[in-house]
Design a protein. Structure first.
Length: 229
């Protein structure tokens, strides 16, 4: 467990949010499984790994906060507990030099949630949602996927200074990649996102986040790609 002195300022808030989410996922049955605390501590330690620069505890907080914003604006998922659990697990395993992070994160969720007494169908939904963050391309009727993916991508709609900080943090995570290779890979990611039929799938996300996100990404792409957008 992380030492008290190195804990994130929102550690207590996150610990409570985790416990509340697990209780909701157990349909209010506190005795359905072991105490959630140690599992939450393990996840928070993962999110606080020193090698991370963007996929950090701050990112976890932001995604959970964006889920709250969407819910407050009527964008309610079919299974809110599953969506929030997926937010906790979606980058729980993160090694920037590996391509199977989402798969490993989904498997971690499957193991942990089964031990925690979460029902198999909800556990399967959490794992499905974690795997969906590979493409961020949910089906049209996938309300759980729409909320999670929009919450994860909301950073793209940040004000310019915050967007610049986000891109700088991503570059730091890939510091081992030469500049030319990084620019090519980053350009491919941006083109994939810009090529989606809709970047945001909730009404709120499309209305509030889509335009600034596209401006940010198109500007970044123009700056790193010789051919521009």
């Amino acid at each position: 467990m992380a030492a008290e002195s190195t804990r994130h300022p929102a550690h207590a808030e996150l610990t409570k949010r985790w416990a509340d989410t697990v209780l909701a996922a157990r349909d209010g049955d506190e005795g359905a499984g072991p105490a959630p605390g140690p599992y939450g501590a393990n996840l928070l330690d993962r999110w606080a790994e020193p090698r991370r620069r963007y996929h950090t505890t701050d990112h976890l907080l932001a995604v959970l906060g964006h889920i709250d914003v969407l819910e407050a604006h009527g964008e309610r998922a079919g299974d809110p507990a599953a969506v929030r659990l997926a937010a906790w697990f979606h980058d729980a395993v993160y090694l920037p030099d590996r391509s199977e992070n989402e798969e490993r994160s989904a498997r971690l969720a499957e193991r942990a949630l089964a031990e925690l007494g979460v029902a198999p169908d909800r556990t399967a939904e959490v794992a499905r949602l974690v795997r969906l963050t590979v493409s961020h391309d949910p089906a049209g009727d996938d309300t759980d996927g729409a909320v999670l993916c929009d919450a994860d991508l909301a950073v793209l709609a940040s004000p310019p200074a915050a967007y610049a900080a986000y891109t700088a943090a991503v570059r730091e995570e890939y510091a081992f990649v030469p500049d030319d290779a990084f620019r090519a890979g980053r350009a491919a990611v941006l083109r994939q996102l810009l090529g989606l039929p809709r970047l945001f799938r909730t009404s709120y996300g499309e209305r509030v986040w889509a335009a600034p996100a596209r401006r940010n990404m198109e500007g970044e792409l123009a700056g790193i790609s010789p051919s521009g957008v």
